[in-house]
Design a protein around this ligand. Structure first.
Ligand code: ATP
Ligand code: LTN
Length: 333
């Protein structure tokens, strides 16, 4: 008998705005890989989002290729998942306009990422940076996903996407599915290795603060050896021990061991030994990804074939939703 149960849908995107980090991996990408068999999955490189901060054109171009290649290197399979580049599907920008006209200035003004990023890029507080969550809502709503796997920092943007979908549906009639955030229990917020009060971010100038997915083993171990802890000793999770807690979270997310198992494993041990173990576990997890990446990135023609095909597939879905929304709003099609 043929099984014809419709799979639930997931969608997520990642910006090609620099080297992807261990934070991106544990907070989001690892879940994408885990979800692709069970769900009807769509994943995109959010290149339109990347230009909300200044990008050098040649560098942006190469980062779009390398981000797509990393997704393949992680084990995402274009046969199973629709994998594409956001700007190749014009409906993202087009729907974003419709949604902008149904989003209030006041609700956008509350977005904490806008506040953080406009403080960081004070010379370029552009309108795109402000309306970024509306474009993100368009990315999501076009594909009607049930779940959106992201790190904890994106929760507020997901809530706005839900609010916009509900409001639009109430006003014009049912067009969008109201999505739910899918945030991992461990690894949703990986902190900087140098300042555990701050999120690990690829744009941190201090290179020791973050681990890139493509860092080599020696670099990874060196960064973990230098990770900030405290002078107290004791390997357990506590608000007073943010550095150690972050390392425990990372180790737990990578090995699949629970936090209490990790605490027991390192009871009575020193920070040196612990940091080395975390570094080695992370390096071992990332090594095959790096190896795959080095192979995949050399074949540009194949990368292009894959992202064009993914783009065509995505557009077939996006176009339907977009035209339905246009029609409901009253445009002549
Ligand atoms: P930037 O640091 O340049 O602002 P970013 O890494 O936050 O960029 P994206 O590359 O778009 O932004 O993030 C992709 C995914 O990675 C998102 O789902 C985000 O929640 C997740 N993510 C980013 N940083 C972390 C982190 N430190 N811990 C957990 N998840 C993270
Ligand atoms: N804003 C996200 C990246 C992103 C995204 C999306 C995530 C753009 N569009 C759609 C999920 C769904 C970020 O992580 N900075």
């Amino acid at each position: 008998m043929c099984e014809n149960v419709e799979k639930k849908k997931v969608l997520s995107c990642i910006q090609p705005s620099g080297m992807l980090t261990l934070g991106n991996y544990l907070g989001a990408l690892k879940n994408w890989v885990n979800m692709q068999d069970e769900f009807d999955s769509t994943f995109a490189v959010a290149d339109l989002h990347a230009i909300t901060v200044r990008q050098e054109p040649a560098k942006l171009r190469s980062q779009i290729y390398s981000t797509y290649a990393i997704l393949l290197a992680l084990g995402l399979d274009p046969e199973k998942s629709t994998m594409f580049i956001q700007s190749h599907v014009p409906e993202h920008a087009q729907l974003s306009w419709l949604l902008s006209c149904n989003t209030q200035f006041g609700e956008m003004s509350r977005m904490t990422q806008f506040k953080d990023k406009s403080a960081k890029h004070a010379d370029n507080v552009n309108v795109g940076l402000f309306s970024y969550p509306v474009l993100m809502a368009a990315d999501i709503l076009l594909y009607k996903p049930d779940f959106v796997p992201v790190g904890a920092d994106q929760k507020q943007h997901l809530e706005i996407a839900r609010d916009i979908a509900i409001r639009f549906n109430n006003h014009y009639g049912d067009v969008f599915t109201v999505p739910e955030a899918y945030i991992p229990k461990t690894g949703a917020r990986v902190m900087s290795l140098q300042d555990p009060d701050k999120k690990m971010s690829k744009s941190d100038e201090n290179q020791n603060a973050w681990v890139a997915i493509l860092d080599d083993k020696d670099t990874i171990i060196r960064k973990f050896k230098r990770a900030v802890t405290d002078s107290e000793g004791g390997i357990y999770v506590s608000d007073e021990k943010k550095g150690v807690s972050n390392l425990i979270t990372i180790y737990s997310a990578v090995t699949g061991k629970t936090v209490s198992e990790v605490e027991r494993e390192f009871e009575g041990k020193g920070y040196g030994e612990f940091k080395l173990a975390v570094g080695e576990a992370v390096a071992d997890e990332l090594a095959p990804i790096k190896e795959n990446y080095n192979r995949i990135i050399t074949d540009k023609a194949e990368l292009e074939r894959l992202f064009r095909e993914g783009g065509d597939r995505a557009e077939r879905v996006a176009r339907k939703t977009y035209f339905k929304a246009m029609k409901k709003v009253g445009f002549v099609l």
